[in-house]
Every structure is written in structure tokens, then in C-alpha cells.
Design a protein around this ligand. Structure first.
Ligand code: SF4
Length: 154
């Protein structure tokens, strides 16, 4: 699995909300695997990744609609937690992130992200408790019609 640095944060605090149905379905599958009992190797890439691949904001290889913003999140996450472009065990690197995370640092990295106020970021990332909530797909068609932010029932 390929993840960009700041998605090491998003995959921990994701609580079932996303950009559209395809994004949420993919995010549910990925987080279910990452939050399971088996160690998962993740290849860190400083580019678009397996979450971006199903995101409506991905405009091309290494190009997000909010590129400046997401590159900033990546840069800050990589800098503060010494993350390099190599393979890590997800459970190990995310534990290290939770140990080092503080509310102030999280604010510095994630300020400006639309999901920061609505997801479980502070609760999960600043209290050292890994979420084991399996975000299974519960999207209903009528929920996708009038909003750019999709929310399931979890
Ligand atoms: S918003 Fe950008 S960085 Fe985030 S998943 Fe979509 S394409 Fe990737």
C-alpha cells in the first residue's frame, strides 16, 4: 500500500466522512485493513497515493486540486516525525506519531484542512489511542446528491 506522509494522520482519525462515495468506499477498505490486527507494510511516497487514486480532487500524478495545501501537510508531517520515502509498518509508525503528537503540533500541521474540525483528529492523534473502528461502507445514494462532503453513519 502506498501512502503520502500526511495520510498517516488521516487514516488514523478518519471517521467515515469523505469527498464522494467512491472516495469513502476506498477509504473504508483501506482503514479497515490498517486498523486490523495484522501488521501492514506501507510505502511512503512524496506524491499522490492509494487514497488519492479514488479522490475527485486528484488531477494527475503528483497533482491534487489543493496541491499547495497538501504538500504543506506532507512536509510538516515528514519533518516532525522524520518520515522518509521508504517502507514502514503502519502500526509502528503511527504509534510513534501518536506518542509525539501534541494539540499544538496537530494544529500547526492540519490547520486549514476542512476535515480537521469534523473528524476525530484531536481525539485519536493526541490521546495515543489507535482507532479500531471499522468504517464499513454505509453510504446511501440520497446522501451523495447535495453535498461535497459525504458522511456515513459511523
Ligand atoms: S484531497 Fe488531494 S491529497 Fe487528499 S486524497 Fe484527494 S487528491 Fe489526495
Amino acid at each position: 500500500m502506498r501512502l503520502r506522509p500526511h495520510h498517516l494522520l488521516c487514516t488514523q482519525s478518519y471517521s467515515g466522512k469523505g469527498y464522494d462515495e467512491a472516495f469513502v468506499r476506498n477509504m473504508n477498505q483501506i482503514t479497515q485493513k490498517l486498523r486490523g490486527p495484522e501488521p501492514v507494510p506501507v510505502e511512503i511516497v512524496f506524491s499522490t497515493d492509494d487514497l488519492c487514486a479514488h479522490c475527485p480532487n486528484m488531477l494527475g500524478e503528483n497533482l491534487c486540486r489543493d496541491n499547495d495545501k497538501v504538500l504543506h501537510y506532507d512536509k510538516m508531517t515528514a519533518r516532525y516525525f522524520n518520515i522518509e520515502e521508504k517502507t514502514y509498518i503502519y502500526q509502528e509508525i503511527t504509534e510513534k506519531i501518536r506518542e509525539g503528537m501534541t494539540p499544538g503540533l496537530l494544529e500547526e500541521i492540519c490547520r486549514g484542512c476542512e476535515w480537521y474540525p469534523v473528524s476525530a483528529c484531536k481525539r485519536v492523534l493526541c490521546q495515543g489511542v489507535q482507532s479500531t473502528e471499522p468504517c464499513t461502507p454505509l453510504i446511501q445514494d440520497d446522501k451523495t446528491s447535495d453535498s461535497s462532503l459525504i458522511e456515513n453513519d459511523l
